[in-house]
Design a binder for this molecule. Structure first.
Ligand SMILES: C[S@@+](CC[C@H](N)C(=O)[O-])C[C@H]1O[C@@H](n2cnc3c(N)ncnc32)[C@H](O)[C@@H]1O
Length: 260
């Protein structure tokens, strides 16, 4: 069964048409009945992208995260040990969102689901990522910590959710190297309800300058075409209360705003 998801929360990411569940007797899949387009369900995870569709910097980052996924949490924990522990370090940015009881919350680029553990349990969580390796680790955490997280394989630049679906939308740590940041931000705003808070956080230029010297991590940082800044200039017109805060000694920007 489709990881207990509500079909009303899903759509074809290209047409935004509603989807229905169909089966060929062996496996279930999702279908856009207007266009006939089918989306596989892999190990309970609805899949809105295939490996062949991933190109550009999305390809580089997916390749990196697929290979790094088994070590991702260990690496993060080691890093966070220097920042006063994981809970404190994640709350450095999670403090900018306010999850209330019953909220529908979307994390774009959910990774291994590590942020969800530090958010209130009485909300409904949805996570999408482009790396299947990260999603597989996330599914393990989902079971281990009983997160009730609904997972989707897809590209943050084309979300498989209808307009005005979520009370909170946030993204941490990947957007600097998305193929099309403007499109991804437009998508986060599209799927948020009017009045919803949106948070986008990622590393600053200061971190890029550090990582471009380290061989294993160098790739995306070395190839950046311009200095990293919070993508305020890419916001669509239907947002207000825009605020940028740099935290952790200027290493992470947090861009917060509200959908009008
Ligand atoms: C640094 S990790 C952050 C994971 C999680 N948000 C966290 O805070 O632990 C960045 C994530 O962005 C994902 N990502 C990169 N490009 C993406 C894209 N175009 N669409 C969706 N996710 C993407 C990667 O696969 C990776 O899991």
């Amino acid at each position: 069964m489709v990881n207990d998801l509500c079909l009303e929360m899903l759509c074809n990411p290209s047409t935004h048409n509603k989807l229905i569940v169909d089966s060929n007797g062996i496996e279930e899949f999702l279908v856009d009945s207007s266009t006939g387009e089918r989306f596989a369900i892999k190990e309970g995870i609805p899949s809105f992208i295939s490996s062949e569709d991933i190109d550009g910097t999305n390809y580089d980052s997916t390749k990196f995260y697929n290979s790094f996924a088994p070590f991702y949490e260990l690496g993060q924990k080691a890093y966070y040990a220097f920042l006063g522990g994981e809970e404190k370090a994640r709350n450095d940015y999670l403090q900018f969102i306010n999850v209330k009881e019953g909220d529908k919350v979307l994390e774009v680029s959910v990774g291994t689901g590590a942020n969800i553990r530090f958010l209130p349990r009485n909300a409904e969580y949805y996570g999408l990522d482009i790396s299947l390796g990260q999603l597989k680790q996330c599914e393990k955490n989902n079971k281990k910590y009983n997160l009730g997280l609904k997972l989707f394989w897809g590209n943050g630049e084309m979300l498989p959710f209808p307009d005005d679906s979520f009370d909170v939308v946030y993204h941490i740590g990947g957007i600097n190297f998305f193929n099309d940041k403007k499109r991804a931000i437009g998508e986060m705003v599209r799927v948020a309800k009017s009045g919803s808070k949106i948070l986008i956080a990622d590393e600053t230029e200061k971190v890029a300058k550090f990582f471009e010297k380290i061989p294993y991590f160098r790739g995306p940082f070395k190839n950046r075409k311009e200095a990293i800044t919070a993508p305020v200039d890419l916001l669509p017109p239907n947002v207000k209360d825009i605020k940028v805060t740099e935290i952790r000694n200027g290493t992470l920007y947090c861009l917060e705003f509200t959908k009008i």
